[in-house]
Design a protein around this ligand. Structure first.
Ligand SMILES: Cc1cc2nc3c(=O)[nH]c(=O)nc-3n(C[C@H](O)[C@H](O)[C@H](O)COP(=O)(O)O)c2cc1C
Length: 186
């Protein structure tokens, strides 16, 4: 199987994301895709260049970084599945409204025309506030599946939710069979 692995600008989650990417790459061909925020922002969680290089080393190919590079995913049927993890509140909003103005959202739009699964790994501080309706929209939309997720720090960040990256592999296997891995919430 060939799996796209799209990374959005939830920089604090990269340390959980990379082990999941490594695990996935042991079983499948993985094509990394980075949003502009993920590909260009240096933060206390590491430099953008380090992250791009790490993804390339894991996957054995350079990440897709532009809308134009993402566009052929659909027409060429490049992916069996697309993982978007971490998926920011920003990208959730775009996906929920079919906006395709970034490498990640274009990859999703292009891939969806083949009727193949997209697996979302939520990571946003407003998951139980402004982003809740977007998560809800995608929960009910065909071809979208979720890595099980939950509140990561309910008392200090009461509206934040993050996917459990250790469940990425079983969630992907289920999605490829047209099933949502349960329980979605712990
Ligand atoms: C250090 C840092 C951490 C961030 N963490 C998150 C996060 O966990 N979740 C989120 O939704 N946005 C987070 N953001 C904001 C996003 O990076 C920002 O909304 C960006 O425009 C997202 O673009 P993208 O969805 O195309 O990756 C963070 C920003 C910075 C600078």
């Amino acid at each position: 199987m060939t799996v796209g692995f799209a990374v959005c600008g939830s920089h604090c989650t990269f340390s959980q994301m990379f082990p999941a990417m490594e695990e996935l790459a042991k079983h499948h061909t993985v094509i990394p895709i980075f949003s502009q925020a993920a590909a260009s922002t240096d933060t206390r969680f590491g430099s953008a260049q380090e992250h791009l290089q790490r993804a390339e080393a894991i996957c054995g190919c350079a990440p897709i970084l532009t809308v134009a590079q993402a566009e052929p995913i659909g027409p060429k049927k490049l992916l069996d599945a697309l993982v978007i993890a971490p998926c920011t509140g920003n990208t959730l909003a775009k996906l929920a409204h079919s906006i395709a103005d970034s490498p990640v959202t274009m990859a999703a739009k292009s891939h969806l025309r083949n009727g193949r699964p997209i697996l979302i790994g939520v990571s946003t501080n407003d998951a139980l506030a402004g982003a809740a309706e977007n998560i809800g929209k995608l929960l009910g939309r065909r071809h979208y599946y979720f890595i099980p997720f939950g509140q990561d720090d309910p008392y200090n960040k009461p509206t934040s939710m993050v996917a459990d990256f250790t469940k990425l592999m079983p969630a992907l296997e289920a999605a490829l069979e047209g099933r949502q891995l349960q329980p979605i919430l712990p």
